[in-house]
Ligand binder design. Structure first.
Ligand SMILES: Cc1cc2nc3c(=O)[nH]c(=O)nc-3n(C[C@H](O)[C@H](O)[C@H](O)COP(=O)(O)OP(=O)(O)OC[C@H]3O[C@@H](n4cnc5c(N)ncnc54)[C@H](O)[C@@H]3O)c2cc1C
Length: 231
């Protein structure tokens, strides 16, 4: 079977869902996800989400805390980008219906976690990720341009290689035309052709024997991008 869309989004955690909501006003979005639609690392995140929220705090303080906690492992450019967008991104989650706990006086109840020099963790009880996943899925379901297929496993990104051309790491302009997808309930294969494909398949924690990650976290997207010689 073959399906066409403007945007193919692989993965239904916070990354895939929020991207789908942003692009859905510009075209038809098809989301695929390999388990049930809420299964993701996002659903299990507990403590909360860090953002610069009060006047006594600043992006620079948050950046420095992150670099110190990262102890030389951080890419500073990425840290600066992520932290400086933190407030706007959390505001977006709130606009999409995510609830965060408030104090009796109506301000957000900001927690202070390890490595942070300020109170900057917005949370919903101890199930923050569950609440974010709930709110974003509700938005996705109410958007007429978004279709979501659960129990659909992305197998490989389609490139020129699948049209007979030789593709290697030196090939310029490798194109992505979509993805081959396995419907794990029927065992049938689906070819999804898309103008744009987003890999939002999360991390690879489940490759370790001991992990808090659910079993979906097997680094499939990283492997698919590697096989496709994505630069
Ligand atoms: C126990 C726990 C507690 C955490 N606590 C916090 C916290 O307090 N604060 C914080 O900021 N972060 C926390 N995190 C980390 C946070 O949850 C993740 O960084 C974040 O949710 C990652 O989101 P994501 O959308 O990139 O990936 P995920 O949420 O993992 O989503 C990946 C999606 O891709 C799908 N997928 C994977 N492979 C395929 C495939 N081949 N085909 C189709 N679909 C596929 C999965 O099924 C899933 O839907 C925690 C994580 C865990 C596990």
């Amino acid at each position: 079977m073959r399906k066409h869309c403007d945007f193919l989004v692989i993965g239904s955690g916070i990354a895939g869902l929020s991207y789908a909501l942003k692009v859905a006003n510009h075209g038809k979005v098809l989301m695929i996800t390999k388990s049930n639609e809420s299964e993701s690392n996002t659903k299990y995140a507990q403590g909360g989400i860090a953002a610069v929220w009060v006047k006594s705090d600043s992006f620079e303080k948050h950046i420095q805390d992150t670099l110190v906690a990262g102890d030389g492992l951080c890419n500073e450019e990425v840290v600066r980008m992520v932290v400086s967008e933190s407030t706007e991104r959390v505001e977006e989650l709130i606009e999409w219906g995510t609830k965060f706990d408030k104090t009796p006086t109506g301000e957000y109840d900001l927690a202070k976690e390890g490595g942070h020099s300020e109170h900057r963790i917005l949370h919903y009880k101890d199930i923050t990720g569950y609440e974010i996943e709930r709110a974003l899925l509700a938005q996705v379901h109410s958007h007429p341009n978004i279709e979501i297929l659960d129990h659909h496993f992305a197998v490989d990104i389609i490139t020129q290689h699948h049209l007979g051309a030789e593709v290697n790491s030196q090939t310029p302009d490798i194109q992505c035309y979509g993805c081959y997808v396995l419907d794990t309930k029927t065992g049938s294969m689906l070819t999804v052709l898309a103008k744009s494909t987003l890999l939002a398949t999360g991390g690879a924690g489940a490759v370790y024997a001991t992990t808090t990650n659910p079993i979906i976290a097997t680094g499939d997207g990283i492997a698919m991008a590697y096989r496709a010689r994505a630069g």
